[in-house]
Design a protein around this ligand. Structure first.
Ligand SMILES: [Zn+2]
Length: 345
């Protein structure tokens, strides 16, 4: 077995498999790496691109991180690395981008051992783009390796995914994430909390660790939720109006799209509600919002567990609606009608 250090958090099996493919000269033409956002798909693909092209590795299947190829891949400036993705997260990967890629893949590598095409968030490809790629997958050019990332393999038609070796990345344990945060010097009292809240996604934990204002936003969102639960319909609608007005103002000043703001709030609400459901059903799954134990217990005391489960479904549905570009205000208002009223005391 090849020993290596790809500096990947978790996913040892995937590193072993890819490394073995290189060492035994069995690199496939295409790989599809799937898993939730922030789990490490892109990082794994980038390390694989480095291992494929490193000119100074001690062993096949490893990489040095220092040679020209390793450094330029890391900086996304390697001439034989082509990164194709939708312009924005949640955007559309278009057929013109695939055509452009195909022209480049037809050439032999400039300096690398392999020409690597990295197609990120391929679930955002529209049908034309996905169909155009099919041809490339069917008629592989020599010395080309295609690396696709997507949220799940179902985002590709079976005809396409069957031409790829599929690596399904699973959640990374909170212990591993916490260890990685500490190792990278991200310790500031919130390490354990971030590792739990990350829900298996190291990328999420690092993003929050380096943007401390995000935890403050979370506190605000969770406090809003708890407060809203005690209010009546009128009060809730007033809140939605205030939020949407403020979010719209912020967008005009160059801030985030209101949809992303709403999704941000919902992500934390879902997380808290999920903890309440786990507790209500005595599930052994780890609690994530460990700093909110009192709120979670309050929910479990105040609501029958069937209702907790039902509301969790509605919160998740609202998230999906927003991801599909539903009207922000309408989604939030509908949710306000669905949330139960809890009387204080
Ligand atoms: Zn190298």
């Amino acid at each position: 077995m090849v020993s290596m250090n790809w500096e990947i958090i978790g996913h040892e099996w995937a590193v072993n498999l890819l490394s073995r493919h290189i060492a035994s000269d069995q690199v496939r033409h295409a790989y599809l790496i799937t898993g939730p956002d922030g789990v490490g798909k892109r990082t794994l693909a980038m390390r694989f691109a480095q291992a494929l092209n490193c000119t100074d590795s001690k062993k096949a299947g490893e990489f040095c991180g220092q040679c020209r190829a390793c450094q330029f891949i890391q900086r996304e400036q390697f001439p034989d690395l082509h990164i194709v993705k939708a312009e924005d997260v949640g955007g559309i990967l278009k057929v013109e981008q695939i055509r452009e890629l195909q022209h480049q893949l037809a050439l032999s590598p400039y300096e690398g051992k392999k020409r690597v095409a990295l197609l990120l968030r391929f679930h955002e490809a529209n049908d034309n783009a996905a169909n155009a790629l099919l041809k490339t997958l069917e008629e592989p050019a020599p010395k080309v390796v295609m690396l696709l990332t997507a949220q799940s393999k179902e985002t590709l038609l079976p005809t396409r995914s069957s031409r790829c070796e599929i690596l399904q990345l699973r959640d990374v344990s909170s212990d591993q994430i916490e260890e990685a945060l500490v190792e990278r010097g991200e310790e500031h009292g919130n390490t354990a909390l971030l590792a739990r809240l990350a829900a298996g996604r190291p990328g999420w934990a690092f993003h929050y660790a380096s943007n401390p204002e995000l935890l403050d936003e979370r506190t605000e969102h969770l406090e809003d939720l708890i407060k809203l639960l005690t209010t009546d319909r009128l009060e809730r609608f007033k809140h939605v109006e205030l939020w949407t007005r403020e979010w719209e103002r912020e967008r005009k000043r160059g801030g985030k799209h209101p949809r992303l703001r709403a999704l941000g709030a919902l992500e934390h609400w879902v997380s808290l509600w999920r903890d309440a459901m786990m507790l209500a059903y005595d599930a052994t799954a780890e609690q994530r919002n460990i700093d909110r134990a009192q709120d979670i217990q309050m929910l479990v005391r105040a609501l029958p567990r069937e209702q907790i489960s039902e509301i969790l479904g509605k919160l998740e549905q609202s998230k999906r609606d927003l991801q599909k570009n539903a009207n922000v205000r309408l989604v939030m208002e509908t949710l306000m009608l669905d949330l139960p009223r809890i009387l204080e005391g």
